[in-house]
Design a protein around this ligand. Structure first.
Ligand code: SF4
Length: 366
């Protein structure tokens, strides 16, 4: 697939915008609604006013590829044990002070987009590398909407599944098109407080909750949620009680929830790493509120990494880090009591293990 170019290399026209006066335009892709004068870029950096229209400036260019374990996204109920061809572009529409990928998401250098990566080549590379899925990750994929949707279409044509790792901060119309191209998503729910979203990410909570509801109620996309717990910022028992109660009430008990450990980074270096007791406490609150599958992440915690049967409590999938160490599923259900496990499972687990394999640009040659 070769998209017709825009006015400059790597630029393609976009649809989600409207004209303002004097050649200015407003981008309608995400709730920020950036208003852009000629030549100006939006907050996400990759969408810009080019010739009185909004263009995506990074189509067909990647900031890097790697084969990862699917557990690293994290997805625990989608093809466990399998390899996922993961890639990113640059840019993000949030400004999280605690960003754990800031070198890519906040990059202002097109040098980072060194790798030419056309959709067909990515899909073929996934097949060649024995990856049943491709993940749009490392930076926020919704801002590269047209590119991501084209890559996803090429993957689907070749029987490769697609995964979005996203903050879910996107307007309803592009959201429909974006997730129609996805088989699974891990959405960050950064906090359950509007004040946190405003102060830490200069964003709002409501559009994210809206995306979660949309995914669960109106699509077949397999959904898991991640909350990065930052000491003193979003880890109070009261907030976690509200957050997990909302998930069960609005999304049901089967959406897996990952509580992930924070490591001081970017502009938030004055907070300590998240203690494992906080992660375990959050998991206990989630279970108390009816979440069936709550996990701890970014730490070694065998108990918090195990998938349990919601029927009989058997240990269905055991993990040590990103490595699967036991598998007691039969046809996607508990081998002991037959209770189905929510998610997408093959007959046997993937055998990729914990490896992380960087992919060289020449491996993406069409
Ligand atoms: S996608 Fe980018 S340019 Fe468009 S509104 Fe959001 S931050 Fe602004």
């Amino acid at each position: 697939m070769m998209r017709p170019g825009g006015e400059l290399p790597g630029h393609v026209p976009t649809r989600f915008w409207h004209a303002l006066e004097h050649g200015r335009v407003q981008c309608d892709l995400c709730p920020r609604g950036c208003r852009l004068a000629e030549g100006q870029r939006g907050l996400c950096y990759v969408r810009a006013n080019v010739g009185a229209a909004v263009a995506l400036t990074c189509w067909g260019r990647s900031s890097g590829f790697c084969v990862d374990p699917i557990e690293k996204k994290p997805l625990h109920h989608f093809l466990p044990g399998s390899a996922v061809l993961s890639f990113g572009t640059i840019g993000c529409n949030l400004t999280c002070r605690f960003c754990q990928n800031w070198d890519i998401s906040k990059s202002r250098e097109h040098d980072r987009l060194g790798e030419r990566a056309l959709p067909d080549a990515i899909a073929l590379a996934a097949r060649r590398l024995d990856c049943p899925s491709v993940a749009f990750t490392y930076n926020e994929p919704v801002v590269s909407h047209e590119y991501v949707v084209d890559v996803a279409a090429a993957c689907r044509e070749r029987g490769v599944r697609t995964v979005a790792v996203t903050a879910g901060y996107v307007e309803p119309e592009p959201r429909r098109e974006f997730f129609a191209a996805m088989d699974a998503a891990n959405v960050d729910l950064k906090s359950f407080r509007e004040g946190f979203y405003r102060e830490m990410s200069s964003a709002h909570l409501a559009p994210v909750l809206d995306t979660l509801r949309y995914l669960r109620r109106e699509t077949a996309v397999w959904l898991e949620i991640t909350t990065l717990l930052i000491p003193g910022a979003n880890d109070s028992d009261a907030e976690l009680d509200e957050l997990t109660g909302w998930i069960v009430a609005e999304l049901g008990p089967d959406v897996p929830l990952h509580f992930s450990a924070f490591h001081p980074d970017f502009r938030l270096r004055d907070r300590p790493p998240t203690p494992i007791t906080t992660l375990r406490g959050a998991r206990a609150i989630a279970h108390r509120n009816g979440v069936r599958h709550a996990y701890t992440g970014n730490v070694r915690d065998l108990e918090g990494a195990t998938t349990y049967c919601a029927g009989c409590g058997a240990r269905l999938i055991e993990r040590d880090g990103y490595e699967l160490t036991a598998w007691r599923l039969k046809d996607g259900a508990c081998a002991a009591c037959g209770e189905p496990l929510a998610g997408h499972f093959e007959q046997s687990p993937g055998r990729w293990g914990a490896r992380r394999l960087p992919v060289r640009p020449e491996q993406l040659a069409p």
